[in-house]
Design a protein around this ligand. Structure first.
Ligand SMILES: [Mg+2]
Length: 64
């Protein structure tokens, strides 16, 4: 499952909260692989991805 971060999993710029961490934990438990896909910079995306234990792509140039 591919997720945006800002204004999708959390409010823009907010850190990974308990709700987001539990979601990714549940998805992993279901055997689903995840990826965070964000247009933001790595300094925003990596800490969030590390907190939820997901691989990520930053500066993704969505929607292209
Ligand atoms: Mg967004």
């Amino acid at each position: 499952m591919i997720f945006d971060i800002d204004n999708t999993l959390v409010m823009h710029g907010a850190p990974a909260d308990e709700r987001a961490r539990e979601l990714f934990c549940r998805l992993e438990g279901l055997g689903l692989k995840t990826c965070l896909l964000s247009n933001n910079k790595e300094r925003r995306v990596k800490p969030f991805a590390d907190a939820v234990g997901s691989p990520y792509i930053f500066k993704a140039d969505k929607p292209r």
